[in-house]
Design a protein around this ligand. Sequence first.
Ligand code: NDP
Ligand code: MG
Length: 382
Amino acid sequence: MKSISILGATGSIGTQAFEVVRAHPEHFRITSFSFGTNIELGAKLVEEFKPQRVSVSSKDLADELKRTIRHSCIVYYGEEGLLEVATDPESDLLINAVMGSVGLAPTLAAIDEKKTIALANKETLVTAGHIVMDRAKRNQVEILPVDSEHSAIYQCLNGENQSEMSKMILTASGGSFRDKSRQDLEGVTVEEALNHPNWSMGSKITIDSATMMNKGLEVIEAHWFFGTPYEDIEVVLHRESIIHSMVEFVDGSIIAHLGTPDMKVPIQYALTHPDRLEVPSGKRLNLVDIGTLHFKKMDLQRFPCLAYAFEAGKAGGTMPTVLNAANEAAVGAFLKGQISFLEIESFIEKSLNDFEIMRNPSLEDIHEVDARVRQYVQSLIV
Ligand code: NDP
Ligand code: MG
């Protein structure tokens, strides 16, 4: 029986993690979780999973939750609350599925407590990959990927000698606007951008998929997860999202991971690794039904965010922090209807041009740069 805590319980990954736990009550139990503001769903989850600790985003919401629930548990709030859940003494494994760089501090706190981490929160690795991976190594803490591409690569490398890998190939579905030209993107709406063809996900990552920044963040995430140089990471457009990623070895062999587009599979694998269990949805991939798979070279003119991510990753230092903070701020503004879709890209580009690189940043430097970039993006909004 594995005891689990979850950050971001009411989100797309969080709710699917609960589906996995529900399907295997003999294997998993939930000891604590956090969510932001969705009291209605959060309260239902408290009654069903009966955690000992819960955290919400503010004191008012904590008071409201206490009035709503019958189950007795400790209710925390704010960033302190995220840390309480991340370091829950009852849990063996933390699923970090909160959205954005707010996930960094709890990841580090969980590492210090030697908890295994199932990491969905890619922003953590993008903004401070060197600090997270170094601390995990020193504490001998295992960080397992939840992101489908990274879970795929992880599985392709099972039993292999990683030094014989010649290339890592991440697949990208192309997002909601993959068939549109750049001209077509003028004036697209939030609703159109949120309509992803293959995956149902939280709003920020769905917009990231439409701008291709999601793949950019994943390139940096892959660099930190597997220690792979950026020159050896390739991105290929694969509209069906059936091959979740691939590894090419020195002898030319390519090992790919295939499956239906279902996040419960990589979530569950991060919980059961190195073992496997039946997947809750029971859906199987039928290649005969699929018939044909398509692959296309990525067009970096069409998707400049992918180019920005490669550049920021290769530059290193604080540039990935600038990239991530600018993207979070710009996507937040787009979702609120304050800026256009194409302004997301231009605000990120401006931020990367206007912020100077700082080498080997400390955690304090990262927090400071993150805050300054967000202010800067705010100042660009007219
Ligand atoms: P969602 O927006 O669906 O969920 C985010 C969760 O985090 C919610 O529970 C939300 O609470 C909570 N939350 C958001 N902001 C804060 C905050 N400031 N403080 C505390 N809690 C907060 O996101 P997803 O589940 O889609 O994504 C989560 C992470 O997983 C992201 O990093 C994403 O890139 C990654 N990921 C997601 C995939 C997917 O399929 N969805 C696939 C691969 C990676 P509430 O809603 O109650 O306010
Ligand atoms: Mg992914």
